[in-house]
Unconditional design. Structure first.
Length: 290
């Protein structure tokens, strides 16, 4: 197989109907496309079939993406299919929202700089000026948009304007310590990822790790999820947990928690960028990746 050929991903969901696999594989076969990674899942509860197919064109002539799209669209109507075809040579555009904590942002920028993610970062937005030097070092535009209770709607309007102007594919809340309005959550449905510690819902409010310390917790972790109007309760993409014991101070628990936060967040970003995540009501279907 010629690994220099362009890679595409066909993703989507359809009704659970006989012939849906032929729809996918048959269409690729007729266009001389070699499917080398295939994931499917049939949700019996909602009678919905989810699929992700990664493929190369291996024919001798010129590959026609338009022809593949047209033929697949025509046949997909009979299966009530929602689908997308993505050229993986085109990077996703990420807008990052952050406040003062830098551990998640640092990890994302390191992986971006080293090519671990197929992404561009056209903007970093913060309600504080603290991390501007980090953005400047990476030559990424940094927008300092302060927020108060009185200016929240105006500030969110500015955030939304930037997201639209740079044509962002994904918005990442890398420890952005603000609650998004219901309106902005609706606008970002399915394309905004947040991270929070997995001590929730047991330890809410201020100093959750100090509360956990007092209770003698034995596990800390983090949850990466899609943003929803229900705070920290959006569809879950990935979760990580780490064991702790009686020797951990509150500061030790915080450090361990931050490690799980950054790792869970970058894994969720990678899964989303590689089109391995599918919204399925209040849950997700997540196909494995490397």
């Amino acid at each position: 197989m010629d690994t220099n050929k362009k890679t595409y991903i066909l993703t989507g969901s359809s009704g659970s109907k006989l012939g849906v696999l032929d729809l996918i594989i048959g269409c690729l076969y007729r266009h001389e496309c070699y499917a080398y990674e295939i994931h499917t899942f049939d949700d019996n509860d909602v009678e919905r079939f989810f699929f992700r197919v990664e493929f190369h064109y291996i024919g001798d002539g010129e590959f026609s993406e338009e022809s593949l799209r047209s033929q697949f669209a025509d046949r997909a109507k009979a299966f009530d299919a929602e689908w997308d075809l993505r050229d993986l040579s085109i990077p996703d555009k990420l807008v990052i929202l952050v406040s003062k904590y830098d551990h998640c942002l640092e990890d994302i920028l390191h992986r971006y700089r080293t090519g671990a993610f197929n992404i561009e970062i056209p903007a970093i937005i913060s309600n504080h000026p603290d991390l501007k030097a980090l953005a400047d070092w990476h030559n990424i535009p940094y927008y300092h948009l302060p927020i108060t209770e009185e200016t929240k709607l105006q500030q969110e309007a500015e955030v939304w304007e930037i997201i639209q102007r740079v044509d962002a594919d994904l918005v990442v809340l890398a420890r952005y310590m603000q609650v998004l309005s219901d309106d902005l959550c609706r606008k970002l449905h399915g394309r905004a990822i947040n991270i929070h510690h997995s001590l929730l819902p047991g330890f809410k409010g201020a100093k959750p790790y100090h509360q956990a310390y007092e209770k003698g917790v034995k596990l800390v972790g983090a949850t990466a999820h899609y943003v929803s109007k229900d705070l920290d309760e959006g569809p879950i993409i990935t979760q990580l947990v780490e064991p702790v014991d009686h020797t951990y101070t509150p500061e030790g628990l915080i450090a361990k928690g931050r490690d799980t936060e950054r790792l869970a967040l970058v894994r969720a970003i990678k899964l989303h960028v590689e089109r391995r995540c599918f919204l399925n009501g209040s849950k997700t279907v997540v196909f494995p990746g490397h």
